[in-house]
Design a protein around this ligand. Structure first.
Ligand code: BTN
Length: 239
């Protein structure tokens, strides 16, 4: 795809700028990238640590909202592949729904939102040189790629990322979600293992059996398979 790059020094959030630009899109596919964000946002209303040096970008493109879940996997799989391209030896894993972990440390975050004119916004933050000290014991610790010996500039990561994203997008267009899901699952952490899922008000323990056609996590409890659409997962041995 022809991506138009819209580069800024500082913005509130690249997702906010992407949403505003989608009112009158500068091109069919564009990326908002900023050196820092003053109100970087994470999932579930969390704050996203956004100092200079890390990568903050939002891919903005036309997409029917019913495919939003497919995009979660496409975006995170492309992140996995980008990190692996810079460091083939690294212990990189995907964690449902959209985290990329190295040695159990969260190195990136993804926030998908609805734009205007049937555009969607895939906000991606990559901890290249720094990461916040997370004290919340319910969250995975964060770390930058630099701590794993991966030294890459924002520019190089962005270029590499777009290459993998485009290839996966083509695959998705040609073969549908199942091919993306298969690739994603082959790099997933905890498949067929016992996990704990924290939902809004409760938590559930079961075996992580896979991902459904609409991206739900499939949790087996005895003979019952429960689809889970949103939650944070933990691997039993780490609790
Ligand atoms: C998460 O909670 O893991 C998701 C974090 C998403 C952060 C990125 S940084 C670029 C884009 N702009 C934002 O405000 N958030 C996303």
């Amino acid at each position: 795809m022809e991506w138009q790059i819209m580069a800024y020094d500082e913005v509130s959030s690249t997702n906010d700028v992407g949403k505003e630009l989608s009112l009158k899109p500068p091109s069919k596919y564009f990326v908002v990238v900023a050196q820092s964000q003053t109100s970087g946002r994470g999932r579930r209303g969390r704050v996203w640590h956004s100092p200079k040096g890390n990568l903050f970008m939002s891919l903005v493109f036309p997409m029917e909202l019913r495919h939003l879940n497919d995009m979660v996997f496409l975006v995170s799989l492309s992140l996995y592949e980008s990190v692996m391209a810079f460091s083939p030896q690294a212990e990189v894993k995907l964690k449902w729904p959209n985290d990329v972990l190295i040695n159990s440390h969260k190195i990136s975050g993804i926030l998908l939102e609805k734009g205007e004119n049937e555009y969607i916004i895939a906000g991606i933050g990559v901890n290249l040189v720094s990461a916040p000290q997370i004290r919340d014991r319910l969250l995975y610790p964060a770390a930058p790629l630099k701590d794993f010996g991966i030294d890459v500039s924002c520019q190089d990561f962005l270029t590499t990322y777009l290459k993998f994203f485009d290839a996966n997008f083509e695959l998705w267009l040609e073969k549908g979600f199942s091919s993306i899901r298969e690739k994603w699952l082959s790099h997933a952490i905890g498949l067929h293992q016992e996990i704990k899922v924290n939902l809004e008000k409760e938590s559930k323990i079961g075996i992580f059996e896979g991902i459904s056609e609409n991206g739900a996590l499939l949790l087996r409890q005895k003979e019952k398979i429960i689809p889970i659409l949103a939650g944070d997962i933990f691997y039993k041995k780490e609790n």
